[in-house]
Design a protein around this ligand. Structure first.
Ligand SMILES: [Fe+2]
Length: 217
């Protein structure tokens, strides 16, 4: 009798756990899709660059796993997608200006990481995502913006983002130049390790290049 009760109880609990897991998975999918939509709205306002955001997300997740920190930052992928969300606060005449920006226009452009950070900082479970957005133009040697952070002062997920973002930018066609072959882009990353990029992150990323996920158009 007792054993049978335990058996029933176990089955009930197992079923409930499975239902919870399903609910959580569908919530996660909904969350990701909502964030994708928001990111694509911003991208549409800026220069639409194909699947750049989605590749940044996919490559970034692979890199975070290889760095062994993916589980610590489950919201990093949201940050990868939303890195430029703050551009909603930058006038279109600056975003899509054909020629070089004036010093005053650059000052406006350089506010976008902080605007994006402010959009996310109070959303629960978005701490890492917000940090990525705030720090996505920081450079390893301290020459980036908005704060000129250097090395470990820049959160690791943001250092990882810089590498995948640059790699994808180099290996895809842009209106003003042709895509670079992957080997050449890898050489560029290696060349800028220590200045723009964290050398330790570049070292982990380079062997991953051959097995990056293919993002369908
Ligand atoms: Fe940006």
């Amino acid at each position: 009798m007792f054993a049978r009760d335990i058996g029933v109880l176990y089955r009930d609990q197992k079923e409930r756990a499975e239902q919870l897991e399903e609910a959580l998975a569908s919530l996660k999918t909904t969350y990701l899709e909502t964030i994708r939509s928001l990111a694509f709205v911003v991208e549409a306002k800026d220069a639409y660059t194909g699947q750049h955001l989605e590749r940044c997300r996919a490559y970034g997740v692979v890199l975070m796993e290889a760095l062994g920190v993916a589980a610590d930052h489950p919201d990093a992928e949201y940050g990868f997608l939303l890195h430029d969300a703050g551009k909603v606060g930058v006038p279109e005449r600056i975003l899509s200006k054909p020629g070089p920006l004036t010093a005053a226009e650059w000052r406006v452009m350089r506010t976008h990481p902080v605007i994006g950070y402010q959009m996310l900082e109070n959303i629960p479970f978005m701490t890492t995502a917000a940090e990525i957005v705030r720090c996505h133009h920081e450079m390893f040697d301290g020459s980036g913006y908005p704060e000129g952070l250097r090395a470990d002062e820049i959160p690791l997920p943001a250092r990882a983002f810089s590498v995948v973002d640059a790699f994808d930018a180099m290996t895809t066609d842009r209106p003003y130049r042709r895509a670079m072959p992957a080997e050449q882009a890898a050489a560029e990353l290696a060349r800028m390790a220590g200045s723009q990029f964290d050398p330790a992150v570049v070292e982990v990323f380079l062997p991953l290049i051959e097995r990056l996920p293919v993002v369908s158009p």
